[in-house]
Design a protein around this ligand. Structure first.
Ligand code: 8YV
Length: 311
């Protein structure tokens, strides 16, 4: 970016303050935010006339008020596709880690007490082969999760705004559920892979969570806001849901203390938003940001433009 543009960098790798962001939107032609930068309607209303492009470093654009930006003639782009596989891998890791008690087992050898050795009934978990996985959101990441889970012998079910093409369903041996309620009541594992939009905020509401089986596990690598997190934590505490694997949280970087207690008790596995945290994903995301900016500056439509109707 420094070679191509007159670039101001946030070298600290810490989120910019509200004042720094306000200053940036007043003076820049292009803003490159991340998930931690709230680009809301108020900030956009106070942007200078130069600001023409918000090239998000990230796939999800729920940190940006796309409608407000579009109304002001500011284009918004994201970085799709390049983090699909890494996020799906992390989803699979969480799908495995909760029923197979991976995090709990790993602490046995590094804890205060010595390991007393193998026994026939110790640290038993649940096999994932043959179980039913319900994927909420069958876009790129949902399909990549389905492909991986198939290889583990998991049965694929999904709920999506639109049914996916028949050839994709066939290849993934996936069953489509028009009714989220009906799918939730029948699954062993739920994986959240849809974007966070006004329509998916608390999609897994208290009412929906109550439909889950007592033996079900919930995995979320999308956005914390899609699940009523406090209800999820309370239901795991009371044994109404078996456990969860979460890479994202409702109020990042704050994490619900109930979830931390449950993690210490081995009921949930918590990761600090690491889904796309590989050198490969982050480099490719950067490349996408640059291509979007350069294409726009050359007077063409940037390839990864987000329109309000897409959300
Ligand atoms: C990104 C993500 O690293 O791209 C996304 O939507 O959730 C993350 O994996 C982050 O959003 C960067 O802005």
């Amino acid at each position: 970016m420094c070679e191509l543009f007159d670039t101001r960098l946030n070298l600290t790798d810490k989120p910019m303050s509200a004042a720094e962001l306000a200053e940036a939107v007043k003076t820049a032609d292009v803003l490159v935010p991340t998930v931690t930068d709230r680009i809301d309607a108020n900030l956009i209303a106070n942007a200078g006339p130069r600001l023409k492009l918000i090239a998000n470093f990230g796939n999800g654009v729920d940190n940006i008020d796309v409608t407000a930006a579009t109304a002001r003639g500011i284009i918004v782009t994201n970085t799709p596709k390049v983090l699909t596989d890494d996020t799906a891998d992390m989803t699979m890791a969480l799908i495995l880690s909760v029923p197979r008690r991976l995090a709990e087992g790993a602490t046995v050898l590094t804890g205060d007490k010595d390991w007393s050795g193998w026994t026939p009934t110790w640290m038993l978990g649940h096999r994932i082969g043959g179980k039913r996985l319900g994927i909420i959101g069958m876009g790129r990441i949902g399909r990549a999760v389905a492909k991986r889970a198939r290889a583990f012998g998991v049965q694929i079910h999904y709920h999506n705004r639109r049914r996916v093409p028949a050839d994709v369903e066939r290849e993934l041996e996936a069953t489509c559920w028009e009714s989220l309620d009906q799918m939730l009541a029948r699954m062993d594992i739920i994986s959240v892979n849809c974007p966070h939009t006004p329509a998916t905020y608390h999609l897994l509401s208290a009412r929906h969570l109550k439909l889950l089986r007592k033996s079900a596990f919930v995995v979320n690598t999308a956005r914390g806001e899609i699940i009523d997190e406090d209800t999820l934590a309370r239901m795991i505490e009371s044994g109404e849901i078996a456990g969860a694997g979460l890479d994202v949280f409702e109020n990042e970087p704050a994490v619900n203390p109930r979830l931390i207690r449950l993690a210490k008790a081995g009921k949930v596995v918590l990761l600090p938003h690491m889904g796309s945290a590989t050198y490969e994903s982050r480099n490719d995301m950067g490349e996408k940001v640059i291509v979007n900016i350069q294409t726009f500056m050359d007077g063409h439509k940037p390839p990864d433009r987000i329109l309000p109707a897409m959300l």
